[in-house]
Design a binder for this molecule. Sequence first.
Ligand code: PLP
Length: 272
Amino acid sequence: MSTTTTPTILTIAGSDTYGGAGLQIDLKTIHHLGGYALSATTALTSQNSTGVKDVFSVPSEVVERQLNVLLEDIQVDAVKIGMLANKDIIEVLVKTIDKFQLKNIVLDTVLVSSSGKDLLESNAINMMKEELFPRVDLITPNIPEVHSLLRNTSYTGKKEEVQSTAKQFFDLGVNAVLLKGGHAQKTDSVIDYLIERPDSISTHTTKRVETTHTHGTGCLLSSAIATNLALGHTLEKSVFLSKEFIYNSLYDSSRLNLNYTRENKRRKEPIF
Ligand code: PLP
């Protein structure tokens, strides 16, 4: 029997009935990588391979209660933040981060599902930027999210645009940003840039995999980074290991027996 403690990762995220994103993929990822997952649920969603159909946010008092009950009892080594739904939940989270001095926080800037449902109310985006950005260790926006979060940007994922884009995030109080390149056009590889204050840049490249198994990629990556931080790796090594994990997962996804639907073409299957 081991006498060392298991690294503990808290995921604060929305539930995905389909199991491929949100809380469910976070729990699977954290466990797979050797951490112990705690969770606080911010929203219940109804979704399947054709997208998110409904979003029911959890009352913020209930989110606060979940967090307090856990954090008064257990030390967490890292935190992954996903879907936050609305301003009231962000407010609770800000209070919680300060009260419990949480560390190793990875914020996946979840705004809209790829099927077009808002996962954060649009009037809450400014609050996320003002209150959460300065309190977390890393944010992980994809290219469409960069456009929603920064007012004036033409960012397309090119290397020469990285420094000035990161500077715009640093001006908002961000400590480190992983600019994910999965949405860049016509590239054979997916290039993510990790930029840490004041100016360290590392480039993380994987071959692009043609697959329909892309549901949950952002959630998996951010919870993997949080888990690797909890295991004691540096931020750069955590991103490196997590990119390797996401790449391997794309080749080894769960294959589900999906019913026939007219929406077949737009279906997304789980990455893991
Ligand atoms: N559902 C939940 C609860 C999520 O947190 C996310 C993304 O973070 C999604 C759905 C989006 O998944 P996709 O864009 O792959 O449909």
